[in-house]
Design a binder for this molecule. Sequence first.
Ligand code: NAD
Length: 353
Amino acid sequence: MMDTFTFPGITQRVIFGSGTLTQTAEEVQRLGHDKALVLSGPNQRHAAEALAAQLGALSAGVFAGAAMHTPVEVTETAMAEFRASGATAVVGLGGGSTVGLAKAIAARSGADQVVIPTTYAGSEMTDILGETQGGEKTTRRSPDIRPETVIYDVDLTLDLPVEMTVASAMNALAHAMEALYAPDLNPVLELLCKDALVAFRNGLPAVIRDPQNLQGRTRALYGAWACSTALGHVSMALHHKLAHTFGGTFDTPHADTHAILLPYTTAFNEVAVPELLAPIAETFGGGSAGAGLWDFAGEIGAPRSLQDIGIAEPDLDRAADIAVKNTYPNPRRFDRAAIRDLLQHAWAGDRPA
Ligand code: NAD
């Protein structure tokens, strides 16, 4: 039980279920708009065009250029289309890249957002926007970045390839892990995080056996919502900073990077706050939170070594240098040597103790 906390409330409207995509028009109108630009990445253009057709007169067209890490050049092109289209809202259909573009447009124009996530990355419930320009990623938080309405349609996740499914799920679990020791955690989010661990633990094996398994997919997407909600209301620490270091410096794939680092960052911080991370060990077994997540990653076939994503051993020195450049709160104090050691284990793919 927490003796002291602040609960800021959860302000977003969330529609969750199977077949909920059909409610998109109603949700755009509920926000008071009669023209919305539909956004997606290039691979989901077809789905975005189908959604635009479903929206009929409410659609101001499709912009299908969303890209990983929200490059400012892409946002500027999308902004020009948004302005020319006469839209006052955006509808983002896709993974974290598309949600990022919706947020970037909203931050520049005040547009309302209806976002429809199709991965477990978890950007949709947050007030966080990371943007890249000239090879540098900057992140900011602001209330006007948080999407007004989020529609989770389990049906849209049925075709998420298994490889992306498992990496994306580990990405989501990373939000819950760091939320569990966040200084600004509150009892509502704590319950959501614990529920998310169980949802992924129970849901993912069924999805891996049969990617079209609706019950497993429902559990996983529910877990993603819960993890995203946690991410959106607390501060993150070492794990997210390290993942951003690799993504920003070595351009490693976002979800895979989170998946690989998670057991090691968990094991590292577990030394300082074993009681706060106990729900992870209780859910995943393995004798400790770090080992439990490593075992689970193996069971579901998630990548488990930095070598798997093209990191060479000498890169670890550079990553350690960058990771300790800025200071930020973390439950366990660390120096460069400790981070370099953590990265060595993540590179080798050893089972954490
Ligand atoms: P992504 O959005 O780039 O999607 C990865 C690929 O999967 C794309 O090719 C996409 O078209 C495809 N895809 C998505 N859903 C699919 C589906 N259901 N079926 C088939 N293919 C599908 O990647 P991501 O991992 O979802 O998101 C990563 C991005 O999100 C990064 O830029 C990251 O920084 C950002 N992010 C931001 C926050 C935040 O709070 N600001 C949180 C988490 C992630």
